[in-house]
Design a binder for this molecule. Structure first.
Ligand SMILES: [Zn+2]
Length: 451
């Protein structure tokens, strides 16, 4: 049999492959097959040892599995150290792994083989300084999910595995009134860059979810309103991205996705009837009814930012007069501080409010009171189990949340005394991205996507 153990291509032995798959969890080939005289077959740290026989390998495996009791603690520790390095670097060659972990190249090679068989890492051949090298990455054997949030002023993108573990993410600033073509270009390029950084290819992408700060038509996957995102209306965004990345893409409103994100992974886990309020540059709401996002016929369900609060108020971007957003949108908050404070960004206002600035506190708190009335009205009509508050304004915590609670307590009276709970979101700015990941999983019908 020569010096080292032979590496056999298992697909040449269909019977053996089936048998090995039955007892090696997360089996993937090639499996290292080691000849062993005494035992016909033994499972040892996911290395399959078999005796070659005239009748073929499949005979040698079936029914002759011995479990190993000799996994040393040292080996476990080395394995954990190596895995930590692979995670830290995303992708790394075996030679670099030896440097990074202080383990010998031979030990690295052994552990990598074991992790490969266990389905924990993947390897491919690459070149480093003109020499062949084994490039090691974490296994994404069930593929990658991409969650994107195209906000008013930032693009957030996360790459997760199918268990929703975020492997890498990035946030890029966006200019005001950013254009559809350049923003989608950036999202596609960033996707390729992040996936590439994981040592993966875009062919491993199972699906992508995109959140947008405007109502999205539930079946056509596009924005219908001309005023809310200039130049974005009537473009089939899902189709554009889908053909660019060759993967299924779904698009939804960011408040809907935040509701989905908080319901799957955050503050509303396990709750079926959820009213999510997103208070950011504009105000929106996501309605989850019986565990499903309710989008409405044209996708405008939950658009509380464009409900009437002042019949004599200014004209809104949407064309109506006196919308909630004309009072509490970022522009309105900033404008109300301009005379006393000069030009501030929304981030400045929120930071100053949190650090105790009385003027900024009052602006945020007053916005909470006004949004609270809209939330109370919606809660009265729709009777959720809980209200989750997210978006940038929620980062000021009680400054913003207390006036909402007060408004809800004052108005939602017929609930029989037990007040409606108003809770801060747990996912923060990542709520729409997390929801987009959940939507991407639903799209691909992978297990665990839909609960
Ligand atoms: Zn409006």
């Amino acid at each position: 049999m020569g010096h080292g153990p032979p590496l056999l291509a298992l697909h040449r032995y269909p019977g053996l492959q089936r048998d090995v798959a039955a007892f090696v969890p997360n089996f993937r080939h090639p499996v290292e097959l080691k000849p062993l005289r005494r035992f016909r077959c033994i499972r040892f740290l996911n290395t399959v040892l078999v005796a070659p026989s005239e009748a073929g390998y499949s005979h040698a495996v079936a029914g002759h599995v011995l479990s190993s009791g000799s996994q040393s603690a040292l080996r476990e520790a080395n394995s954990a150290r190596l895995l930590a390095a692979v995670r830290r670097f995303g992708g790394i060659t075996q030679v670099e792994l030896a440097d990074a972990t202080g383990l010998s190249p031979a030990t690295v090679s052994t552990i990598v083989k074991q992790l490969l068989v266990a389905g924990i890492v993947e390897t491919r051949t690459t070149t480093r300084s003109g020499r062949r090298a084994q490039f090691v990455t974490l296994a994404h054997k069930s593929g990658l999910l991409i969650g994107v949030h195209i906000g008013s002023r930032a693009l957030r993108l996360a790459v997760a595995d199918s268990r929703f573990e975020v492997l890498t993410s990035r946030t890029l600033p966006l200019p005001p009134d950013h254009r559809l073509d350049t923003t989608l270009d950036r999202a596609a390029l960033l996707t390729m860059e992040l996936v590439d950084g994981l040592g993966s290819t875009t062919s491993e992408i199972l699906g992508m979810g995109i959140g947008l700060p405007a109502p999205v038509h539930p079946t056509r996957g596009m924005i219908l309103d001309q005023g809310l995102m200039k130049g974005w209306a009537d473009v089939p965004i899902a189709d554009v991205m889908s053909s660019r990345l060759n993967t299924p893409v779904a698009v939804d409103n960011d408040a809907n996705l935040s509701a989905l994100g908080e319901a799957r992974f955050g503050a509303a886990r396990g709750i079926l009837d959820v009213l999510y309020v997103h208070a950011s540059y504009g105000t929106g709401a996501g309605l989850m009814i019986g565990g499903e996002i309710y989008r409405g016929t044209r996708g405008t369900a939950g658009e509380i930012g464009h409900t009437l609060v002042d019949p004599q108020g200014p004209i809104c971007r949407c064309g109506s007069r006196g919308c909630l957003d004309t009072l509490v949108g970022a522009q309105a908050l900033i404008d109300s501080l301009r005379i006393s404070r000069g030009p501030l960004s929304l981030g400045d206002v929120l930071e100053l409010a949190s650090s105790g600035d009385p003027g900024c506190r009052q602006v945020v708190s007053d916005a909470g009171a006004v949004i609270g009335v809209a939330v109370a009205n919606l809660a009265m009509a729709f009777d959720p189990q809980i209200v989750i508050v997210g978006g940038e304004l929620a980062q000021t915590e009680s400054i913003f949340l207390e006036p909402i609670r007060a408004a809800v307590d004052r108005r939602v009276l017929i609930s029989g005394g037990s007040g409606l709970e108003v809770r801060q979101g747990e996912l923060g700015a990542l709520a729409p991205v997390q929801g987009a990941l959940a939507m991407a999983a639903d799209l691909t019908h992978i297990p665990g996507g839909r609960r």
